[in-house]
Write a new protein. Structure first.
Length: 665
């Protein structure tokens, strides 16, 4: 397996060079798909018992060689990376023509994520993490060399550098005796150092995962990238950040950390889930809505991680294993259905010509393959049983319900509040998926281009079918897949931790609760079969034509063959009840009413502008501070040479004093 892993990395580096020359871009993307398939084989082999022990490489930092290893935890996330990387690479190869600007950065993006997952020392993990961040920034910047997209790329780069610096500080406190994972586990942090590690990990990996309040880059950056890159960022990159949190907080920091470690993650995760679900119902861009849905799902996973830390601190290992099983299973499920949804959105943009839902509609008739895959992904994202998203979210809600078993009353109250917020977020996420499917695929076409769209074929159709089939298998085989995750749970919680599995059912042991996805799927299939058989037996043989349901509006006039756009609900109109009732939680909303003059035939107007609260509370103060620092820096030009030398020597002495204090500690 180590040889296969090395060949996959070598192939990605060669493909990066090939893509940089601009030659044979389709071959480069197909090679990326093969390399990602090899990564998936390595992960599956490790989950089945073929783990790769820590192995030194012939290169690395000056003080020690770089180490790579594949244990059960990294293998699980390699499987996630392959699940997204293979169809995303095929979709890129199916583009006509394939994107040349992303040719070099795309393989580096994949290699950076894989390097962060297989690293067995802090230096290698940080190197892979930063390669991932810089390559993804390059993919956005290459697509938007100027204009608002360029500002989005700059915003993303700022958050990427911030997350990297925080993780460097976290490893500096976590690894005083050495950066190897084995050395870190031998000397876990204690006291204030442990608390500082938690803060830096939340700031570093949490900002990359899109947790509140550092989420403001995600709804902008993910839609700004090309469709395959958007799928990778939402389906895989944020999971690498989740992996870093799991590795540093549950594995490397040791099992003796206090119970309160989980409280910030539960609170921040609940807020992120609610904010993401709200924004997914209000966005006017289908890719932006899917990006906000990623916020909701990452918030749910952060809640599960916080519960695992809480239950472990309270010495409730079975409940900690339950919460951790929900996190790992939902990470895999989300990778499948979110990659599917983003690729379906990309197919709609490429074949129907718009990302605005008010310029789409009726695509189920022109694009049945894309519509069917999108509906399957939306049902999974909405957590409808027996689709894949339901099993993992059911496990998470069961974990929240068990919060009363912790003795501290404050923890019980936090768990109850998180249960309410999470339930609201799950319901709003389902509404967002109904809005997405209804506006894009149902109703009547709103434009001639939507009416003449063609369905996906060839490689593009294959790229949609791979995550669709994987999500279907995950829906029915949730319990066997969770059994494979047992090794990852034991890496994080100890050898006695077991996932909540009983054969093909998810069972919570002594709690007595059980979910059988195969039985639910079988009953639904039987009901649909009986319904189809009954309808065909009772229906007439000849075709009957009747007017389509038109929401009560009159038939379209001859000069509007596609119907009056005002006769169908708009994206803003469908989201208006949620915006007016709950939108203020996530957004700063301004409404401007323009009344018509007395006697005028002009209609009244309503203009709505919305801004993320994170922009007002985080980015604007930072922009003001940057302008103030720029003005102060201009004043430094008038200093004397003596003042310049004093600043330089003072800075040097301060840094040397800090190093001496750290060595003494």
């Amino acid at each position: 397996m180590l040889t296969l892993l090395g060949l996959a990395f070598l192939a990605l580096l060669v493909l990066a060079v090939l893509g940089g020359t601009g030659r044979a871009p389709r071959i480069a993307f197909l090679g990326c798909a093969v390399a990602m398939g090899a990564m998936g084989l390595v992960g599956a082999s490790a989950l089945l018992g073929g783990e790769v022990p820590p192995t030194p490489l012939p290169f690395g930092p000056p003080w020690a060689p770089a180490l790579v290893a594949v244990d059960a935890l990294s293998a699980w996330f390699l499987l996630i990376l392959a699940l997204v990387g293979v169809p995303a690479s095929l979709f890129a190869a199916a583009s006509s023509p394939p994107p040349r600007a992303e040719g070099a950065a795309f393989p580096l993006f994949l290699a950076g994520m894989a390097a962060a997952l297989v690293a067995a020392d802090g230096f290698s993990m940080l190197l892979g993490f930063e390669v991932m961040s810089l390559a993804s920034w390059g993919l956005i910047a290459a697509r938007h060399p100027r204009g608002p997209g360029r500002r989005t790329a700059g915003l993303y780069l700022g958050f990427a550098l911030f997350s990297g610096l925080c993780l460097i500080a976290g490893f500096a406190l976590l690894a005083p005796a050495g950066l190897g994972f084995a050395a870190i586990r031998a000397t876990p942090p204690e006291g204030w150092q442990a608390g500082a590690v938690l803060v830096f990990v939340l700031l570093g990996a949490g900002s990359k995962a899109g947790l509140v309040p550092f989420h403001v880059w995600l709804p902008r950056a993910h839609p700004a990238a090309a469709t395959p890159v958007s799928a990778l960022m939402s389906g895989a990159m944020v999971k690498v950040a989740l992996y870093v949190m799991l590795r540093m907080l549950l594995d490397l920091a040791g099992p003796a950390q206090p119970l309160w470690w989980g409280l910030p993650l539960v609170a921040v995760g609940g807020a992120t889930a609610l904010l993401g679900a709200l924004r997914a119902n209000l966005e006017q861009d289908i890719k932006a809505a899917l990006a906000c849905s990623t916020l909701e799902n990452m918030g749910l996973m952060a809640v599960g991680l916080g519960l695992a830390l809480l239950f472990r601190g309270a010495d409730l290992r079975p409940l900690a294993a339950l919460a951790l099983a929900a996190v790992l299973l939902h990470a895999l499920n989300h990778a499948g259905f979110k990659a599917l949804l983003f690729l379906c959105a990309g197919a709609v943009v490429g074949l129907a010509g718009s990302r605005d839902p008010d310029r789409l509609g009726g695509l189920i008739h022109r694009m049945p393959w894309v519509a069917g895959c999108a509906m399957f992904g939306a049902a999974s994202a909405a957590a409808l049983p027996p689709f894949s998203g339901f099993a993992s979210e059911w496990l998470l809600l069961q974990s929240l319900i068990q919060g009363f078993r912790v003795a501290e009353m404050s923890v019980q109250l936090v768990a109850a509040a998180a249960l309410a917020v999470t339930g609201m977020a799950v319901g709003l996420a389902a509404a967002a998926m109904v809005r997405f499917v209804g506006l894009v695929f149902l109703g009547r076409p709103r434009t001639p281009m939507a009416a003449g769209a063609q369905d996906a074929t060839g490689l593009m159709r294959a790229s949609l079918l791979i995550p669709a089939v994987a999500s279907a298998l995950l829906a029915v085989l949730a319990a066997p897949m969770l059994s494979l995750a047992g090794g990852a749970i034991q890496v994080l919680l100890g050898p006695n931790a077991r996932p909540a599995v009983a054969g093909f059912d998810l069972a919570l042991g002594e709690l007595g609760t059980r979910y059988a996805p195969w039985a639910v799927a079988g009953l639904l299939a039987l009901a649909v079969t009986i319904l189809v058989f009954a309808v065909r037996r009772r229906s007439k043989l000849e075709a009957v034509h009747a007017p389509a349901w038109d929401c009560g509006f009159m038939a379209p006039p001859p000069h509007l063959p596609f119907g009056d756009p005002l006769s169908q609900v708009s994206a803003a109109g469908l989201g208006q009840p949620i915006r007016r009732s709950l939108g203020g939680v996530a957004l700063v909303i301004h409404e401007r009413h323009g009344a018509a003059a007395p006697g005028s035939a002009q209609p009244a107007t309503l203009r709505v502008t919305a801004e993320d609260r994170g922009v007002a509370q985080l980015l604007r103060p930072l922009a003001r501070a940057r302008r103030r620092l720029s003005r102060e820096a201009e004043g430094l030009r008038n200093l004397t040479l003596r003042a310049y030398l004093g600043i330089a020597f003072g800075t040097l002495l301060g840094l040397l004093s800090l190093v001496a204090w750290l060595e003494r500690g």
